[in-house]
Design a protein around this ligand. Structure first.
Ligand code: 5GP
Ligand code: ZN
Length: 113
């Protein structure tokens, strides 16, 4: 049994607000959103970080990025969006299953620095 919380989210043993899924990737709302509409996009295959991500896996994940970004733009009407990806605890990674953050931006008071 996996101890990875994101693997458990993919398996469905931990609930999540799913916004997209295909054969290779899964996207869901962040439980502690940095701004309104904060989403995480993850590969279904457990991969800790960018160092052990293959080019094929990266392609499958980033191929979906415009779809997620456009869905968030249509839903929340942000004026900008940060795509962010942390590797290693010193870089701010707290869940060790690769994830790409989508952080919609509104104005300087949206709470994200
Ligand atoms: P990191 O700091 O590793 O780049 O980002 C991890 C993200 O995962 C954080 O934004 C955090 O709020 C989110 N997160 C952690 N646990 C859960 C969970 O159980 N469910 C969801 N939806 N998000 C989670
Ligand atoms: Zn995992």
């Amino acid at each position: 049994m996996t101890e990875c919380i994101f693997c458990k989210i993919i398996e469905g043993t931990i609930p999540s607000a799913k916004i997209y899924e295909d054969e290779h990737v899964y996207a869901f709302m962040d439980i502690m959103p940095l701004t309104k509409g904060h989403v995480l996009l993850i590969p279904k295959k457990h991969t800790e970080n960018v160092y052990n991500f293959t080019a094929e896996e990266a392609g499958q994940l980033f191929a979906v990025a415009p779809k997620i970004a456009n869905a968030l733009k249509a839903e929340f009407n942000p004026i900008g969006m940060n795509l962010l990806q942390n590797n290693g605890a010193p870089a701010g990674q707290s869940v060790f299953h690769f994830h790409l953050h989508f952080i919609p931006r509104y104005d300087e008071s949206d709470g994200f620095d």
